[in-house]
Design a protein around this ligand. Structure first.
Ligand SMILES: Cc1ncc(COP(=O)(O)O)c(C=O)c1O
Length: 371
């Protein structure tokens, strides 16, 4: 039987023993709902959520009131569209997107554009496939993918935002940090972005949990309504909401996942082995003639195509021998179109990966492509 080698951290990170144990302990010993009860257990869960929120705030340079728990990047990105629309109901938006965008970042706006409710403009990429700061269009809203899940290069978000604000000082900037968060330090203050989203599962926390940063929560309208967010309902039906973050967290939160997030962040930030392993595999792959690398040596991941072999065939063949890697369009149709290809294969690593994993993967890839 082939040993399974998981080289798909960029899709979702494996969970460490410490994260699993923390969640199990929460479920077995400490479980209660948050934001509702006054008993000791309930207030302890409130404390855990509050503590984790502060940990996340530190992690990205924010205040705890600016941190909202969501179910993931996709959820956050869709919610931001609704928030912006409800705050400016009569407006027609010009929304700048780029070919680096994952479907999660662009589809919610694409959907609005297809209904005639906004116009999309493209933020051109330069020859290196980075966002071209000299060609940023005038826009009301700008979606910025801080790191493409295909190319793995950190974008200069602060500079992109500065240039966008020169074109329109009021532009609302939304950062998709789903990949960036796993590889580089985020500082929302330095970036000056209005919104930012990432998913816990890409940095070793559980699925079903995301983070949405809102720069000015007081000036941002709630988009979801329900329990836990209401301060007072008046007889005439009007209501007063709790301040942020409660205002944005209607309903029961993914408490088990939140319980593991702090440990996941601590572990993930203590690991810095990605670039060494990625460079090591890169140096081997670059010598295989049938492999066309789409990424450079310094990228956070490796993407490639194989000459004369459909990428799904390649994925199935290496998969049959235990190598778990992503193949296909990676929910990133536009960058593949810009590269003139339908799909690619991607290797990405996490703290569980070793040199031996890399050696075995390269050996199998070499075998499969016949070189
Ligand atoms: C760049 C990027 N944005 C958004 C997402 C969506 O994240 P999720 O599926 O956790 O909502 C992903 C996930 O692959 C991603 O890589």
């Amino acid at each position: 039987m082939n040993k399974i080698i998981y080289l798909d951290a960029a899709a979702s990170a494996l969970k460490s023993r410490a994260v699993i144990d923390t969640e199990m302990d929460f479920l077995r010993e400490h479980y209660a709902n948050a934001g509702r009860g006054v008993c000791a257990r309930a207030t302890a869960v409130d404390g855990m959520v509050n503590h984790t929120r502060h940990r996340v705030a530190d992690f990205i340079g924010a205040n705890a009131t600016q941190i909202v728990f969501t179910s993931g990047t996709t959820d956050g990105m869709n919610r931001i569209v609704q928030m912006i629309r409800s705050m400016y109901p009569q407006s027609h938006f010009v929304v700048a997107v780029s070919d680096l965008d994952h479907h999660s970042a662009r589809m919610p706006w694409q959907n609005l554009a297809n209904r005639g409710e906004c116009d999309l403009v493209l933020c051109p990429l330069n020859a290196a496939f980075d966002i071209d700061v000299d060609q940023i269009p005038v826009a009301d809203v700008m979606v910025i993918t801080a790191m493409s899940n295909v190319l793995g290069v950190p974008q200069d978000v602060a500079s992109i935002i500065r240039h966008a604000r020169r074109k329109n000082p009021h532009v609302i900037t939304i950062i998709d940090a789903a990949q960036y968060v796993a590889h580089a330090k985020i500082d929302v203050h330095e970036w000056g972005c209005d919104f930012l989203c990432f998913s816990g599962h890409k940095i070793g926390a559980d699925t079903g949990l995301g983070v949405m940063y809102i720069r000015d929560p007081d000036a941002t309208a709630a988009d979801k309504f329900g329990g836990g967010m209401v301060n007072k309902i008046l007889d005439n039906g009007e209501f007063i909401l709790n301040p942020s973050p409660e205002k944005f967290e209607a309903g029961t939160m993914p408490l088990t996942q939140i319980s593991g997030l702090g440990v996941a962040i601590d572990e993930w930030t203590a690991w810095d082995g990605a670039s060494e392993l990625i460079s090591y595999m890169y140096d081997a792959l670059v010598k295989i003639p049938r492999i066309n690398l789409l990424t450079g040596r310094g990228a956070a991941l490796i993407s490639f195509t194989v000459d004369g072999m459909h990428i799904l065939d390649f994925g199935m063949r290496v998969g049959a021998r235990g190598i778990c890697m992503r193949v296909g369009n990676m929910c990133a149709t536009w960058i593949h179109r810009a590269l003139g290809i339908a799909g690619s294969a991607r290797l990405s690593v996490g703290p569980w990966n070793t040199r031996a994993d890399a050696d075995r993967a390269i050996e199998i890839i070499r075998d499969v492509v016949g070189q």
